[in-house]
Design a protein around this ligand. Sequence first.
Ligand code: FNR
Length: 344
Amino acid sequence: MSRSERKLDHIRHALGHERDVYNHFDDIDIVHQSLTELNFDQLHLSTNLGELQLSSPIFVNAMTGGGGQRTLEINKSLAKAAAESGIGMAVGSQMAAIRDPHERPSYEIVRKENPEGIVFANVGSEADYEQAQMAIDMIRADALQIHVNTLQELIMPEGDRDFRERLHNIESICRKAEVPVIVKEVGYGMSKETIKQLYDLGISYMDVGGRGGTNFSKVENMRREKPFASFDNWGIPTPISLLESRELVGQLNIHIIGSGGIRNGLDGAKAIALGANCFGMAGSLLRVLVEKGYEELVSEIQHIHKEIKMVMMLTNSQSVSELQKKPYVVHGESKTWLDQRADQ
Ligand code: FNR
């Protein structure tokens, strides 16, 4: 299988695997308030992520790049939709393009289509500072994501097995890079121990990237002759990971991004109420683009914006930062987790 076929195979499996019926966002209720005093048409969705000013809390999370014409077209459409809707976008891992300049056009197109917008570069934690800087320069990125995906690597036959350089790489990139550095999970979630460990390394931007949406254990298992199916449900669901981060947000200067399994604007608003400054959506936006096309993707993003504004109306929140302070209730498995982790 060629490299570009492998990329498309990946996209097909990422969109095609079974989703759990139970999503932990359903465990969260934001408390309804009857007496709103706001005007829907005057609501703004701007938010800040540390030193970055965002006009919307949504961004397209890292997916693809490299690997031929089809991935270039996908990135072009995602970037155009991001520009038209005023949302940010992360590119997929640039490791291949760092090693082979022929792979660059499908990343560079993202900046070309969205010259003024917020764009995130993306590398794995095997990247050293020079490689990270190449990724940033390639697309004049406003921030860099470093993804950590240990279980995905372990399930991939050709995946990494030796992570001894990881913390050193993350620390040195964070110390030297001139743009914010975000450490990002890919669907396994971050615990409060991980968040504290990252903070101690100098990282203040974290995308908790929890379980509940695109599931890379399932994706990689589909590509294995003998799958590790017992790990299909490994990881921390996104709302639980946000709850884990919540007690640290008050104590440390950290900026939290919610992602993983966000299906709509209500889930996104719940991520914000749980403390996230913004939230990333990957699989669900890609599915709309691939199955229904560009116009439908733009319309879906507008719809999500409206859903967030509806929650702001229903909680009397003038701004995204006000929504972050509104009361919520936690049920079910998420509540059990919260209780058991309270003293740990
Ligand atoms: C991804 N994701 C991803 N993440 C990353 O940091 N670098 C990457 O190269 C990729 N590649 C990739 C390809 C495809 C096809 C998908 C669908 C996803 C992971 C993505 O950014 C996100 O963390 C997870 O998909 C979970 O979010 P959703 O999909 O549940 O919204």
